[in-house]
Design a protein around this ligand. Structure first.
Ligand code: NDP
Length: 322
């Protein structure tokens, strides 16, 4: 089978198209023939070695397809089932062996392509807005990179929960998309100071929560725009990692809360994984969550997909088609 493998960590050129044997399922696994793999920023971190992974490895943490083989103990799925998953390496490939209890069935009304597009970013937007800081009607959220993959979904969910959404983006084109997704106010943070603008937009009160996936370039100012006892949800570092931080600043800036969550801990049990994926699929099937699939690249063009994602060129979701 064709797969994108990393033998040495590095830039996009570290991704090699190789031929590998089709995996055989271990007792607890099922083998899935992928129709679609999702591209996510975490793939960049794996490829660069920012998140350490034993070498060599097949990239990719999100996919959807049809079960072709099951191990002896894999009781939750059978051959022919349409399934999706996230959080397991190896989806930039024609086949992947995945622990059966991490596979979720794709319901009627949701395509495999949409399921692959929504597993990682959709469930992330869901846990951020419904669990980490459960937004209430009338609250205000600042969402950075609001036209990104997670961004566009988080804006929609926050809007649907009745929150006022202030989004930051780098271009006018991205501003339009974020507005269409439900953002009330947009700040072009490459052109104006988002701290000053947010203070102006909130009449000096600040926001209830900042959802920050950009990290290094936005974190410090984000703390300055929270209301007293507001929450900083730092969930990524697209501009680089946030350097070590002195906790006394939380007291000085208003007894703030801060968390650095990750999806794995919000889908750790089978029950939570099923509940969260069903909630997201339900939103898609009912038209309450619109997926913007920006581009579907052939598997062999994985390098280009990463260049586009890292180059801040993309909006919404990128897919690979094996
Ligand atoms: P995006 O589609 O959001 O792409 C990243 C965006 O970040 C860019 O489009 C860009 O938007 C913005 N950005 C700002 N500064 C930079 C920079 N210096 N270099 C590159 N991009 C920059 O990606 P994803 O939706 O896949 O992921 C978003 C973030 O969320 C990532 O950091 C990812 O690791 C994190 N994440 C965390 C999860 C968790 O559970 N903790 C789960 C899923 C994702 P603009 O041009 O508008 O500034």
């Amino acid at each position: 089978m064709k797969a994108i493998q990393v033998k040495q960590v590095g830039g996009p050129e570290a991704m090699e198209l190789v031929d590998l044997p089709i995996p055989q399922p271990k007792a607890n696994e099922a083998v899935v023939k992928l129709s679609t793999a999702g591209v996510n920023f975490i793939d960049v971190y794996n490829r660069e070695g920012r998140y350490k992974t034993p070498l060599p490895f097949v990239l990719g943490q999100e996919g959807a397809g049809v079960v072709t083989a099951v191990g002896a103990d894999a009781k939750s799925v059978k051959a022919g089932d349409h399934v999706a998953w996230t959080g397991q390496l190896g989806s930039y490939a024609e086949y992947a062996a995945i622990p059966a209890d991490r596979l979720v069935p794709i319901p009627k009304g949701v395509s495999e392509r949409d399921a692959a597009a929504a597993m990682l970013q959709g469930m992330t937007a869901h846990y951020l807005s419904h669990t980490t800081y459960p937004l209430k009607r009338g609250e205000t959220a600042l969402i950075h990179a609001a036209a990104g993959g997670v961004g566009l979904l988080l804006v929609q969910m926050a809007h649907n929960l009745g929150a006022r959404v202030i989004g930051t983006v780098s271009t006018e084109e991205k501003a339009k998309l974020a507005r269409a997704a439900g953002a009330d106010d947009i700040i072009l943070y490459t052109q104006s100071d988002f701290e000053a603008e947010t203070k102006r937009l909130t009449g000096g009160k600040g926001v209830d929560v900042v959802y920050d996936s950009v990290g290094k370039t936005t974190f410090d100012k984000g703390l300055n725009i929270l209301r007293p006892r507001g929450m900083m949800v730092l969930f990524g570092g697209s501009s680089g990692a946030v350097p070590p931080f002195d906790l006394i600043a939380l007291s000085q800036k208003g007894s703030l809360y801060i968390t650095r969550p990750t999806l794995a801990h919000y889908t750790a049990t089978r029950e939570e994984l099923m509940g969260r994926s069903s909630a997201v699929f339900d939103m898609i099937a009912k038209g309450k969550l619109k997926l913007r699939i920006e581009h579907a690249y052939p598997l062999a063009e994985a390098q280009q997909a990463h260049r586009d994602l890292e180059g801040r060129k993309t909006t919404g979701k990128l897919l690979l088609i094996p």
